[in-house]
Design a protein around this ligand. Structure first.
Ligand SMILES: Cc1ncc(COP(=O)(O)O)c(C=O)c1O
Length: 310
């Protein structure tokens, strides 16, 4: 919606849109596409070896050509929590809008759009125990005023005439068609559930589990863990590889032992190229996990090593 409804009418050849090397394809492809369509340039903030954004090396990030910076708050692969507020403060001081992909942060760590001061913030219900196929977009009122509706149809119109039509005020303007009521109810229930648990509590509990997993996995030979060593900069995600064993093989053995991990490129191929791997194994800790689950994960990785080294 933001790429096609807000950025496309505004972008001119020579303008720049910045993303980072760790973006999910969901926050990479819409910008690549809109840049192609408008002649703008897609610029990428590179990462240091730990996965930290190399903001100092991103020449021109806050320059006069930048029309938007679009960054994830928490990486779905590295688990890193980006210094998003610093970027927003710097960008806002120069009148540059910032979009936050908060899919991995809302529901995992406290997020306050007013405190962040971001122009746009998007997230998906399925990463916070809600249904898939529904999410939310926050935008400052002035950005919503600038944004064209992407989808047209019932429910978003004020007047429709043969010669032209007018729209309802937002949010209705951006919600053409019959709404997805059932999933919205599920989304609200998920938000309530998370509110009741408390985001501070969720964050501290899941990052403790992740930290324990990192400590225990690091003791195994040949396990490489991606992302920063400093646990204060991490959420509940741990991505790793095991030397000599494909991530999918580790995932399969773990699955057979009842340990649900995800193996693959995690919709982050630019990051996989940067890490020099085709795939990683990812454990994502949640409030329902116990420390026994960490031990089961470590046991599964050890078992994979035994099986594949025979
Ligand atoms: C950081 C991040 N951004 C975006 C997405 C994509 O969300 P959706 O599939 O709802 O577009 C995901 C995962 O699904 C994600 O982890």
């Amino acid at each position: 919606m933001v790429a096609q409804g807000w950025a496309r009418p505004l972008l001119r050849p020579g303008d720049e849109v910045w993303v980072s090397r760790m973006e999910h394809h969901a926050n990479f492809l819409p910008w690549q596409q809109v840049c192609r369509e408008t002649g703008a340039q897609l610029r990428v903030i590179e990462l240091d070896p730990e996965g930290t954004l190399d903001l100092d090396g991103a020449m021109g990030l806050y320059g006069p050509r930048t029309r938007l910076i679009s960054l994830c708050h928490v990486s779905n692969v590295l688990g890193i929590i980006n210094p998003i507020k610093d970027v927003i403060d710097q960008a806002t001081a120069r009148g540059i809008p910032v979009l936050v992909d908060a899919t991995q942060s809302v529901g995992h760590i406290p997020v306050d759009v007013n405190d962040l001061g971001c122009d746009f913030l998007a997230f998906s219900a399925h990463k916070m125990f809600g249904p898939s196929g529904i999410g939310a977009l926050y935008a400052k009122p002035e950005r919503l005023d600038e944004m064209e509706p992407l989808l047209l149809g019932g429910g978003m119109v004020d007047q429709v005439e043969d010669t032209g039509s007018s729209w309802m005020p937002y949010p209705a303007k951006f919600e053409a068609g019959s709404p997805n009521l059932a999933d919205a109810a599920g989304f609200a229930a998920a938000a309530e559930y998370i509110d009741n648990l408390g985001l501070e509590a969720i964050h501290s509990y899941t990052s403790d589990l992740a930290h324990t997993a990192i400590r225990k996995l690091s003791r195994l030979d040949g396990v490489e863990i991606y992302g920063p060593g400093d646990s204060a900069r991490r959420g509940g995600i741990v991505s790793f590889n095991v030397a000599g064993i494909h991530a999918h093989d580790v995932g399969q053995i773990a699955g057979e032992m009842g340990v649900a991990v995800r193996a693959g490129h995690h919709c982050c191929q630019p990051l996989m190229h940067h890490l020099g791997v085709a795939a990683t194994v990812r454990a994502s800790f949640s409030p329902y996990n116990l420390s026994e689950d960490v031990d089961a994960l470590v046991e599964a990785v050890s078992e994979a090593q035994i099986i594949f080294r025979q």
